[in-house]
Design a protein around this ligand. Sequence first.
Ligand SMILES: [Zn+2]
Length: 417
Amino acid sequence: MNTEKIALRSCPVCGGKRAEILITMRYAVLENFPLPAASDIVCCNACGMVYADTSGTQADYDRYYADLAGYAAENSIGSGIKDAARQEQSADWLASRISAKNARIVDIGCARGGLLAALAQRGFSSLAGIDPLAQCITHLKASGFSAWQGNLNCLPADCGRDFDFIILSHVLEHVVDVHGTFVSLRKLLSPGGKVYLEVPDAACYHNGSENLPPFHALSFEHINHFDLPRLTMLGALHGFGVSEVICKNIGIGNAFEQSFAVGVLFAHGERHTLASPLSKECNATLRKAIAGYVSESQRLLNAQTEILSATIKNRPVAVWGMGVDVQRQMAHPVWKDANIVAVVDRDPRKQGKAFPWEGGGKRLIIQPPEEGLRSLPANTLVVITAIHYADEIKSELAAINANLPFLELRKKPSVAI
Ligand SMILES: [Zn+2]
């Protein structure tokens, strides 16, 4: 197989177009899903950045996050009790690096404002949030923060242009137009201001990967896989120098257990630690790490597939949750002959949407769990793939239809019958 290609999407770091395909990811997607059902994960020949060579545009991704992603609800990712401890930790670190209590601080992609609330508790008085979701903006305003609907590729007209400190936490890995994001950061930042940028550390995807669904880190939501050298290079290209770096495990106490992030404090106009192209050795490090992660995921997937093919054969199957992991999981041929009788999800935005499941030649409609699971044959196996809410789902399942056996795929698959 020829793994070299001219990428559909330029490298988000250096703008290069020649790349090597590391793996092609396929997803079983809902009807009218805004994102492509397949994309290559590629490594840039010029700088070694790894990214999804997606055909989706920023507008497609914006539509996905507005309509389907799970960041707005009260109990969503980023607002749960488990995340609160992580935000307290981040707030402590940031608070000691922001000199004035009245510094103008904005958190971009702030969801429901958990980090802003933690900074408010530490005495910061000028706190604002920008988020694409209207529900989040309503919540932020009700909590007393300045808030505007928008994102870095579509800045709110009235949000001001002189922030002293900008927080961009777990946003940049989702963005198609990374350079546009940096142009916007420059526009929003006051002279002498700083930007704190945090992303998953792609150099560490393999750490703890045995506790997560295979290929979890290569979800269709994450399209840029940064490590520190490439983040540094990206900042330098836009005139930002690195003031400080933090590497942390953000998975402690969470379903992830181990999930590593890298945070960089950027200052504009500061002397760059790395303005020149990366060395040949450094160019290859990220590719090597991701290639290792891909083989480990493949090994886990094979093990999972063996269990799946034995357990879902010759019986009705119901799937609980239509999130990123299950959409990747169900593209696997092992599902082709499964007898899927119901697909359910707790998210009202997904309910009523169609899942054209090609394997079974069916068009399944996503239902609320109470409706979809109530009257199913007693031998129906409920497959649970959610990693964030698996415990909650199990207790809800017990309340709805306690007799149904289930298969949990979040870690090593296990069947409870
Ligand atoms: Zn590149």
